[in-house]
Design a protein around this ligand. Sequence first.
Ligand SMILES: *Cc1c(COP(=O)(O)O)cnc(C)c1O
Ligand code: SF4
Length: 398
Amino acid sequence: MEEWRRILADSLVKPKQLAERFGLDAEELEAVVGPYPMRITPTVLATIKEKGDAIWKQVVPDTVELADAEAEDDPLEEDLMSPVPHLVHRYPDRVLLMVTNQCPIYCRFCTRKRLVGKPGFLKKGELDRAIAYLRDHTEVRDVILSGGDPLLLPDHLLERILKALRTIPHLELIRIGSRVPGTLPERITPRLCEMLKKYHPFYMNLHFNHPDELTPEVKRACGLLADAGIPLGAQTVLLKGVNDDPEVMKRLMHQLLLARVKPYYLYQADLTKGTNHFRTTVETGMQIIKALQGHTSGMAVPHFVIDAPGGGGKIPVLPSDYLVHMDEDGVVLQNYEQKTFHYPQPSANGKRELPMVGAYAASSSTRDGYASCGDSHTGKLDGFAAWGNSCGGDYDDL
Ligand SMILES: *Cc1c(COP(=O)(O)O)cnc(C)c1O
Ligand code: SF4
């Protein structure tokens, strides 16, 4: 057995084990784990510092999950947008394909709580049907393998899927969404990376919610993937009591960048049944974005989105303060320090555009330098050298 399989098998899955370890009521846990399975990998267990902390809340079953009877199992209506089993076609040019319903851990707030961790997911022939659908739909240029967690498939099965996808000529991008690097880093083996890099352009979006998840082993796993040329993004769910705090979120974003992972999405929590105790106000997310934008590297700022209930897809939500006013003359903007600025529209008064540009170019010597850079840059190799010189950059000095 591969090492990572053995480690995964060492995970906590039985309420009794958990109850003994933390002094909890095993019967209560049993009641939750019936409908909503649990799994806590050794890496994640080791990261829990105390009962009730940010890691604990994400993985330890809680009876409040059962007190959420009113909510819906599938608020994003994924099942209604599924032309063939396990494939969700919501957007014009990309689809989501769920290749397994197994995960390294079962997040208590999971949007797909209705299906993860239960037996009997993929039936014979279903993957072939999904691939056939993709082959027929030439408008699809981007496929996201999801689940569940695709990286829980053994290498040879995962490769079979990737290979089949790469026989579809109109398919440009393949992406995988995964929580494995952050929870079962041993799964990221050099062999896996060698295999994945054959299927470029191949992207991965990793799931991380708290800075404590970025342990040295986890960072090493991300580094192996990055070294295989796989651009890594991060998806984070805004969770009450876990990361609904600008300081925690800033630390998370910084840790991600240190792990060579670019923050991609910050999700407002969905309305999924059994998860509503994790929801925050929408303002909480906007405050977090405001606390990041301008205050730290732009690379550290994810898109804050709400996946619209009813299947509307992801909709970006920006703090409303940035755009104070907009009309045909221009916009009034407010920056991260609450200072206001005016930006004129090009067509303002129907005549402002040309004089403005001319005046600017003539009055600025750096502007001339810039122009000559542009000119020589379009030239041949000596042009390129001239570009270096005219910009004050002598390559020998670099
Ligand atoms: C999130 C999602 C995608 C991908 O969306 P991007 O904004 O391109 O990352 C595609 N399909 C479904 C159903 C999704 O939920
Ligand atoms: S890893 Fe992803 S799919 Fe699996 S339980 Fe967590 S959030 Fe859900």
